[in-house]
Ligand binder design. Sequence first.
Ligand SMILES: C[S@@+](CC[C@H](N)C(=O)[O-])C[C@H]1O[C@@H](n2cnc3c(N)ncnc32)[C@H](O)[C@@H]1O
Length: 348
Amino acid sequence: MMKPTFAMLSCACGAEQVVKAEMAEQGWRLAFSRPGFVTAKNDLDVPLPEGVFVRTASRSLGQVRGTQANAMVAELASKLAENDPNGRKFDQLHVWPKDRLPIGRFGFEPGADEVSAVVAEAVYSGLKEVWLKCDAPNRIAQPGDRVLDLVLVEPSHWFMGLHQATVWPTRWPGAVQPIQPLNEPISRAYYKAAESITWSGFDMQPGDLAVEIGSAPGGACGRLLELGLRVIGIDPAEMDPRIDQHRNFQHIRARGGDLPRRQFRGAKWLLVDSNVRPDQTLTTIENIVKHRQSDFVGLLITLKIGEYSSASLIEKWFERIVGWKPSHVQVRQLARNKCEVCFAVTMG
Ligand SMILES: C[S@@+](CC[C@H](N)C(=O)[O-])C[C@H]1O[C@@H](n2cnc3c(N)ncnc32)[C@H](O)[C@@H]1O
Protein backbone atom coordinates (compact mmCIF):
# COMPACT_ATOMS: atom_id res chain seq x y z
CA MET A 1 0.00 0.00 0.00
CA MET A 2 1.27 3.44 -0.91
CA LYS A 3 1.38 6.05 1.84
CA PRO A 4 -1.18 8.84 1.40
CA THR A 5 0.05 12.43 1.34
CA PHE A 6 -1.44 15.12 3.54
CA ALA A 7 -0.73 18.65 2.41
CA MET A 8 -1.19 21.99 4.12
CA LEU A 9 -0.99 25.18 2.11
CA SER A 10 -1.10 28.85 2.87
CA CYS A 11 -2.27 31.51 0.46
CA ALA A 12 -3.72 35.01 0.51
CA CYS A 13 -7.21 35.42 2.03
CA GLY A 14 -9.58 35.17 -0.89
CA ALA A 15 -7.27 33.01 -3.03
CA GLU A 16 -8.28 29.76 -1.36
CA GLN A 17 -11.06 29.06 -3.90
CA VAL A 18 -8.57 29.15 -6.77
CA VAL A 19 -6.08 27.04 -4.80
CA LYS A 20 -8.78 24.48 -3.99
CA ALA A 21 -9.87 24.25 -7.63
CA GLU A 22 -6.26 23.70 -8.74
CA MET A 23 -5.74 21.04 -6.04
CA ALA A 24 -8.92 19.20 -6.92
CA GLU A 25 -7.74 19.12 -10.55
CA GLN A 26 -4.46 17.59 -9.39
CA GLY A 27 -6.33 14.75 -7.62
CA TRP A 28 -6.38 16.10 -4.06
CA ARG A 29 -9.34 15.63 -1.72
CA LEU A 30 -9.99 18.78 0.24
CA ALA A 31 -10.11 18.65 4.04
CA PHE A 32 -9.98 21.40 6.68
CA SER A 33 -9.69 24.92 5.37
CA ARG A 34 -9.98 28.50 6.49
CA PRO A 35 -9.47 31.77 4.62
CA GLY A 36 -5.77 31.77 3.74
CA PHE A 37 -5.23 28.13 4.70
CA VAL A 38 -6.08 24.87 2.89
CA THR A 39 -5.42 21.21 3.70
CA ALA A 40 -5.99 18.19 1.48
CA LYS A 41 -5.25 14.50 1.15
CA ASN A 42 -3.99 12.46 -1.76
CA ASP A 43 -4.18 8.66 -1.61
CA LEU A 44 -0.84 8.41 -3.38
CA ASP A 45 2.65 9.38 -2.29
CA VAL A 46 2.88 12.44 -4.52
CA PRO A 47 4.75 15.77 -4.63
CA LEU A 48 3.10 18.72 -2.90
CA PRO A 49 0.68 20.81 -4.96
CA GLU A 50 1.98 23.83 -6.81
CA GLY A 51 0.20 26.83 -8.26
CA VAL A 52 0.32 30.55 -8.87
CA PHE A 53 -1.58 31.22 -5.64
CA VAL A 54 0.13 28.62 -3.43
CA ARG A 55 2.31 30.66 -1.09
CA THR A 56 3.59 27.79 1.07
CA ALA A 57 3.14 24.02 0.79
CA SER A 58 4.12 21.48 3.45
CA ARG A 59 3.51 17.81 4.21
CA SER A 60 1.15 17.93 7.14
CA LEU A 61 2.35 16.24 10.35
CA GLY A 62 -0.80 16.89 12.35
CA GLN A 63 -2.52 19.58 14.37
CA VAL A 64 -2.81 20.54 18.02
CA ARG A 65 -5.33 22.62 19.90
CA GLY A 66 -5.14 24.03 23.37
CA THR A 67 -4.78 27.02 25.61
CA GLN A 68 -1.41 26.21 27.25
CA ALA A 69 1.59 26.65 24.97
CA ASN A 70 3.74 24.17 26.94
CA ALA A 71 1.16 21.40 26.69
CA MET A 72 0.73 22.09 22.99
CA VAL A 73 4.49 21.94 22.42
CA ALA A 74 4.65 18.62 24.29
CA GLU A 75 1.93 17.30 21.99
CA LEU A 76 3.90 18.46 18.94
CA ALA A 77 6.91 16.55 20.26
CA SER A 78 4.95 13.36 20.67
CA LYS A 79 3.49 13.68 17.16
CA LEU A 80 7.01 14.12 15.80
CA ALA A 81 8.18 11.00 17.67
CA GLU A 82 5.23 8.98 16.35
CA ASN A 83 6.00 10.16 12.87
CA ASP A 84 9.71 9.50 12.95
CA PRO A 85 10.89 7.14 15.71
CA ASN A 86 14.49 7.63 14.47
CA GLY A 87 14.26 11.28 15.51
CA ARG A 88 15.91 12.89 12.48
CA LYS A 89 16.46 16.55 13.35
CA PHE A 90 15.08 19.41 11.27
CA ASP A 91 17.44 22.09 9.95
CA GLN A 92 15.02 24.97 10.56
CA LEU A 93 11.84 25.87 12.40
CA HIS A 94 9.46 28.28 10.65
CA VAL A 95 6.43 29.59 12.56
CA TRP A 96 3.88 32.00 11.11
CA PRO A 97 0.18 32.87 11.37
CA LYS A 98 -2.15 32.25 8.46
CA ASP A 99 -3.30 35.53 6.90
CA ARG A 100 -6.27 36.95 8.80
CA LEU A 101 -7.32 39.52 6.18
CA PRO A 102 -6.84 40.20 2.47
CA ILE A 103 -3.47 41.87 1.90
CA GLY A 104 -3.67 45.62 2.43
CA ARG A 105 -7.11 45.62 4.08
CA PHE A 106 -6.89 47.76 7.22
CA GLY A 107 -3.16 47.85 6.54
CA PHE A 108 -2.80 44.07 6.90
CA GLU A 109 0.53 42.57 5.77
CA PRO A 110 1.38 38.85 5.84
CA GLY A 111 4.02 37.20 8.01
CA ALA A 112 5.05 36.84 11.64
CA ASP A 113 3.14 38.86 14.26
CA GLU A 114 3.53 39.29 18.00
CA VAL A 115 1.63 36.12 18.89
CA SER A 116 3.49 33.95 16.41
CA ALA A 117 6.81 35.33 17.63
CA VAL A 118 5.97 34.26 21.20
CA VAL A 119 4.78 30.84 20.01
CA ALA A 120 7.94 30.46 17.89
CA GLU A 121 10.13 30.97 20.96
CA ALA A 122 8.07 28.52 23.04
CA VAL A 123 8.15 25.87 20.32
CA TYR A 124 11.85 26.43 19.70
CA SER A 125 12.80 25.99 23.34
CA GLY A 126 10.54 22.93 23.69
CA LEU A 127 11.84 21.14 20.60
CA LYS A 128 15.41 22.31 20.07
CA GLU A 129 17.20 19.65 22.08
CA VAL A 130 15.70 16.66 20.34
CA TRP A 131 14.34 17.95 17.06
CA LEU A 132 16.13 21.06 15.80
CA LYS A 133 19.58 21.93 14.47
CA CYS A 134 19.02 25.69 14.06
CA ASP A 135 20.14 28.28 16.63
CA ALA A 136 16.82 30.20 16.54
CA PRO A 137 13.36 29.98 14.93
CA ASN A 138 12.54 31.70 11.64
CA ARG A 139 16.01 31.77 10.14
CA ILE A 140 16.25 31.90 6.34
CA ALA A 141 16.67 28.27 5.21
CA GLN A 142 19.40 27.10 2.85
CA PRO A 143 18.45 25.11 -0.25
CA GLY A 144 18.10 21.47 0.78
CA ASP A 145 17.21 22.27 4.42
CA ARG A 146 14.38 20.23 5.96
CA VAL A 147 12.10 22.81 7.53
CA LEU A 148 9.64 22.11 10.33
CA ASP A 149 6.65 24.39 9.70
CA LEU A 150 4.09 25.55 12.20
CA VAL A 151 1.10 27.54 10.97
CA LEU A 152 -1.08 29.27 13.54
CA VAL A 153 -4.59 28.94 12.16
CA GLU A 154 -5.62 30.48 15.48
CA PRO A 155 -3.39 31.26 18.45
CA SER A 156 -4.91 28.13 20.03
CA HIS A 157 -4.88 25.90 16.91
CA TRP A 158 -1.62 24.98 15.19
CA PHE A 159 -0.84 22.87 12.14
CA MET A 160 2.58 21.27 11.87
CA GLY A 161 4.25 20.27 8.62
CA LEU A 162 7.49 19.67 6.78
CA HIS A 163 8.94 21.03 3.58
CA GLN A 164 12.28 21.01 1.89
CA ALA A 165 13.73 24.40 1.02
CA THR A 166 14.55 24.96 -2.65
CA VAL A 167 13.78 28.32 -4.32
CA TRP A 168 13.64 31.64 -2.44
CA PRO A 169 10.01 31.69 -1.16
CA THR A 170 10.49 28.19 0.31
CA ARG A 171 13.49 29.52 2.26
CA TRP A 172 11.63 32.39 3.96
CA PRO A 173 9.40 31.77 7.00
CA GLY A 174 5.87 31.57 5.64
CA ALA A 175 7.31 32.59 2.23
CA VAL A 176 7.42 36.21 3.36
CA GLN A 177 10.78 37.82 2.62
CA PRO A 178 12.45 39.11 5.80
CA ILE A 179 13.82 42.51 4.86
CA GLN A 180 15.21 45.48 6.76
CA PRO A 181 14.95 48.61 4.59
CA LEU A 182 17.93 50.99 4.76
CA ASN A 183 15.58 53.99 4.74
CA GLU A 184 11.91 54.28 5.52
CA PRO A 185 10.08 52.91 2.44
CA ILE A 186 8.06 55.47 0.44
CA SER A 187 5.24 52.95 -0.03
CA ARG A 188 4.52 49.24 0.45
CA ALA A 189 5.55 48.76 -3.18
CA TYR A 190 9.11 48.82 -1.78
CA TYR A 191 8.50 45.36 -0.26
CA LYS A 192 6.69 44.11 -3.35
CA ALA A 193 9.60 45.16 -5.58
CA ALA A 194 12.19 43.68 -3.21
CA GLU A 195 10.33 40.38 -3.19
CA SER A 196 9.86 40.29 -6.95
CA ILE A 197 13.54 41.05 -7.61
CA THR A 198 14.78 38.29 -5.30
CA TRP A 199 12.13 35.77 -6.37
CA SER A 200 12.84 36.35 -10.07
CA GLY A 201 16.55 35.59 -9.64
CA PHE A 202 17.36 38.61 -11.86
CA ASP A 203 21.01 39.50 -11.49
CA MET A 204 20.60 43.27 -11.00
CA GLN A 205 23.95 44.97 -10.55
CA PRO A 206 24.86 48.45 -9.29
CA GLY A 207 25.02 50.81 -12.26
CA ASP A 208 22.45 48.86 -14.32
CA LEU A 209 19.69 50.97 -15.82
CA ALA A 210 16.11 50.11 -14.81
CA VAL A 211 12.86 51.65 -16.00
CA GLU A 212 9.67 51.57 -13.98
CA ILE A 213 6.31 52.29 -15.61
CA GLY A 214 3.86 53.37 -12.90
CA SER A 215 6.60 54.60 -10.57
CA ALA A 216 4.83 57.13 -8.32
CA PRO A 217 5.16 57.70 -5.44
CA GLY A 218 8.38 55.67 -5.54
CA GLY A 219 8.46 52.64 -3.23
CA ALA A 220 9.85 50.30 -5.88
CA CYS A 221 12.27 52.94 -7.19
CA GLY A 222 13.53 53.27 -3.62
CA ARG A 223 14.47 49.60 -3.62
CA LEU A 224 16.17 49.83 -7.03
CA LEU A 225 18.16 52.90 -5.95
CA GLU A 226 19.12 51.16 -2.71
CA LEU A 227 20.55 48.34 -4.84
CA GLY A 228 22.69 50.92 -6.65
CA LEU A 229 20.79 50.94 -9.96
CA ARG A 230 20.16 53.97 -12.13
CA VAL A 231 16.40 54.41 -12.48
CA ILE A 232 14.00 56.08 -14.89
CA GLY A 233 10.50 56.39 -13.45
CA ILE A 234 7.62 56.89 -15.86
CA ASP A 235 4.40 58.15 -14.35
CA PRO A 236 2.05 61.09 -14.96
CA ALA A 237 1.83 61.50 -11.16
CA GLU A 238 4.36 63.18 -8.87
CA MET A 239 7.23 61.29 -7.32
CA ASP A 240 8.10 61.60 -3.66
CA PRO A 241 10.88 64.23 -3.39
CA ARG A 242 13.21 61.72 -1.67
CA ILE A 243 13.21 59.75 -4.93
CA ASP A 244 12.89 62.67 -7.33
CA GLN A 245 16.00 64.33 -5.91
CA HIS A 246 18.14 61.20 -5.93
CA ARG A 247 21.12 61.63 -8.24
CA ASN A 248 20.55 58.25 -9.93
CA PHE A 249 16.88 58.94 -10.64
CA GLN A 250 15.13 60.56 -13.58
CA HIS A 251 11.38 61.15 -13.71
CA ILE A 252 9.58 61.23 -17.05
CA ARG A 253 6.13 62.62 -16.48
CA ALA A 254 4.21 60.66 -19.10
CA ARG A 255 2.14 57.57 -19.68
CA GLY A 256 4.06 54.39 -20.47
CA GLY A 257 2.48 54.01 -23.89
CA ASP A 258 3.23 57.58 -25.00
CA LEU A 259 7.01 57.45 -25.04
CA PRO A 260 9.30 57.01 -28.03
CA ARG A 261 11.25 53.73 -27.87
CA ARG A 262 14.61 55.52 -27.67
CA GLN A 263 13.75 56.56 -24.11
CA PHE A 264 14.40 52.94 -23.16
CA ARG A 265 17.77 52.54 -24.91
CA GLY A 266 20.40 50.84 -22.74
CA ALA A 267 17.88 49.83 -20.07
CA LYS A 268 18.26 46.27 -18.82
CA TRP A 269 15.36 45.91 -16.41
CA LEU A 270 11.72 46.92 -16.81
CA LEU A 271 9.28 47.03 -13.88
CA VAL A 272 5.62 47.69 -14.55
CA ASP A 273 3.13 48.44 -11.79
CA SER A 274 0.57 50.85 -13.20
CA ASN A 275 -3.13 50.81 -12.44
CA VAL A 276 -4.05 50.22 -16.06
CA ARG A 277 -6.05 47.31 -17.52
CA PRO A 278 -3.75 44.28 -17.94
CA ASP A 279 -4.42 43.98 -21.69
CA GLN A 280 -3.45 47.59 -22.22
CA THR A 281 -0.38 47.17 -20.02
CA LEU A 282 0.69 44.14 -22.05
CA THR A 283 0.25 46.10 -25.30
CA THR A 284 2.48 48.88 -23.95
CA ILE A 285 5.18 46.41 -22.91
CA GLU A 286 4.87 44.44 -26.14
CA ASN A 287 5.56 47.58 -28.17
CA ILE A 288 8.66 48.24 -26.10
CA VAL A 289 10.21 44.78 -25.90
CA LYS A 290 9.45 43.69 -29.47
CA HIS A 291 11.18 46.79 -30.82
CA ARG A 292 14.51 45.90 -32.41
CA GLN A 293 16.38 48.38 -30.22
CA SER A 294 15.18 46.87 -26.97
CA ASP A 295 18.02 45.93 -24.59
CA PHE A 296 15.78 44.58 -21.85
CA VAL A 297 17.01 41.42 -20.14
CA GLY A 298 14.31 41.02 -17.49
CA LEU A 299 10.76 42.27 -16.95
CA LEU A 300 8.83 42.31 -13.68
CA ILE A 301 5.19 42.89 -14.51
CA THR A 302 2.43 43.28 -11.93
CA LEU A 303 -1.03 42.56 -13.37
CA LYS A 304 -4.23 43.13 -11.42
CA ILE A 305 -6.74 40.30 -11.57
CA GLY A 306 -9.58 42.39 -10.18
CA GLU A 307 -11.18 39.45 -8.42
CA TYR A 308 -10.04 35.91 -7.83
CA SER A 309 -12.87 34.49 -9.95
CA SER A 310 -11.05 35.99 -12.95
CA ALA A 311 -7.86 34.00 -12.27
CA SER A 312 -8.30 32.11 -15.56
CA LEU A 313 -7.13 35.31 -17.32
CA ILE A 314 -3.61 34.52 -16.16
CA GLU A 315 -3.27 31.75 -18.73
CA LYS A 316 -4.17 34.17 -21.54
CA TRP A 317 -1.64 36.72 -20.27
CA PHE A 318 0.96 33.95 -20.07
CA GLU A 319 0.34 32.95 -23.70
CA ARG A 320 0.60 36.53 -24.80
CA ILE A 321 3.94 36.96 -23.03
CA VAL A 322 5.24 33.70 -24.51
CA GLY A 323 4.56 35.36 -27.90
CA TRP A 324 7.38 37.82 -27.13
CA LYS A 325 9.79 34.87 -27.36
CA PRO A 326 11.24 35.12 -23.86
CA SER A 327 13.66 32.46 -22.65
CA HIS A 328 11.79 31.98 -19.35
CA VAL A 329 8.50 33.07 -17.79
CA GLN A 330 7.47 32.66 -14.14
CA VAL A 331 4.23 33.82 -12.56
CA ARG A 332 3.27 33.96 -8.89
CA GLN A 333 1.07 35.81 -6.50
CA LEU A 334 3.83 37.22 -4.32
CA ALA A 335 3.27 37.37 -0.57
CA ARG A 336 3.02 41.16 -0.91
CA ASN A 337 0.69 41.10 -3.92
CA LYS A 338 -2.91 42.14 -3.37
CA CYS A 339 -5.39 40.58 -5.84
CA GLU A 340 -2.70 40.63 -8.52
CA VAL A 341 0.14 38.49 -9.83
CA CYS A 342 3.73 39.14 -10.80
CA PHE A 343 5.29 37.87 -14.05
CA ALA A 344 9.07 37.56 -14.17
CA VAL A 345 10.05 37.41 -17.83
CA THR A 346 13.60 36.69 -18.98
CA MET A 347 14.25 37.99 -22.48
CA GLY A 348 16.88 36.80 -24.93
C1 LIG B 1 0.17 51.15 -7.72
S1 LIG B 1 0.74 52.75 -8.18
C2 LIG B 1 2.44 52.43 -8.39
C3 LIG B 1 3.24 52.34 -7.13
C4 LIG B 1 4.71 52.50 -7.41
N1 LIG B 1 5.21 51.42 -8.25
C5 LIG B 1 5.57 52.62 -6.18
O1 LIG B 1 6.52 51.86 -6.09
O2 LIG B 1 5.30 53.47 -5.32
C6 LIG B 1 0.16 52.90 -9.81
C7 LIG B 1 0.69 54.10 -10.57
O3 LIG B 1 0.41 53.91 -11.96
C8 LIG B 1 0.35 55.21 -12.54
N2 LIG B 1 -0.22 55.12 -13.90
C9 LIG B 1 -1.52 55.00 -14.27
N3 LIG B 1 -1.59 54.95 -15.63
C10 LIG B 1 -0.31 55.00 -16.10
C11 LIG B 1 0.27 54.95 -17.40
N4 LIG B 1 -0.49 54.82 -18.49
N5 LIG B 1 1.61 55.03 -17.51
C12 LIG B 1 2.38 55.16 -16.40
N6 LIG B 1 1.88 55.20 -15.15
C13 LIG B 1 0.56 55.11 -15.00
C14 LIG B 1 -0.48 55.99 -11.52
O4 LIG B 1 -0.27 57.38 -11.69
C15 LIG B 1 0.08 55.43 -10.20
O5 LIG B 1 1.08 56.29 -9.69
